[in-house]
Design a binder for this molecule. Sequence first.
Ligand code: GLU
Length: 305
Amino acid sequence: MINYQKIFQEIHEELQGVEREGHVADYIPELAQIDPDHFGVYLTMVDGSEYGLAEGQKRFSIQSIAKVFSFVLAYSRVKSDIWARMDVEPAGTSFNSLVQLEYDKGIPRNPFINAGGIVVCDILISELKDAKSAVLNFVKEISGVTDITFNTKVAQSEKMTGFRNYALVNLMKSFGNIKNEIDQVMDLYFSICSLEMSCQELTKAFLFLANNGVIPYSGKRILSPSRTKRTNAVMQTCGFYDEAGQFTFKVGLPGKSGVGGGIVAIHPEKYAIAVWSPRLNKKGNSHLGMLFLEAFTTKTKSSIF
Ligand code: GLU
């Protein structure tokens, strides 16, 4: 029997001596004010047991991690073929790059880069009555946490400064891959990015992906086993910006990171783990978060590889 709590403590102590590299995501004014030394981690097993350390229950801005929620909602509920609107290939460029998108004629490389997340929002608006409430209710349903909210200040802060995201959506609109009004699409996109959740809540929300598509605590199926496999595959190859190769190499789990400094990863049939440390490396992933997860899968021998 693995003593996860002890392993958490061991890794935490080992990382105390590691240099605090990286910077918080200061291109979003509201996020620039975050104390870079926050740290939290949480593990929820498919069997229901839970382990946490430090600020594992403190909420933070989950940013791009939310792209998994909006994507799964679209993948599970909409009738149109979402793969006609986006691909499943790693980006090979930064998360908000325009270069590749021009080359690919407005078709995002995958649903987890910004362009892909924006197209998912466009699809949700076309297919659902109230897409914003639908995403929020979906996150509440899969996590079992009823008081999760958008942070309107963070969303507003991005609306005022998200020039590159507006460039992406305009470019895609010029290629015919955005069907709705740009402001409506971006309002949904920035709202989704502004969701605040703790590591504990994130592990609960992601647990169905470790459980063949079924929420363990309610028994409700969210995705078929085949779609669960595919979602995990896209997280593995595209969930960590232009660093999915390194993450696979060092940690070896499917997951998703966000510029708020959070990372969630799952081990099929075993667990969901989330870590939060706001200092980001050059690729936009949490520096300490990656080191923590690397040590975790090494010590517990629980990489999927
Ligand atoms: N809201 C952020 C943006 O659009 C999300 C980036 C991220 O977490 O990857 O720039």
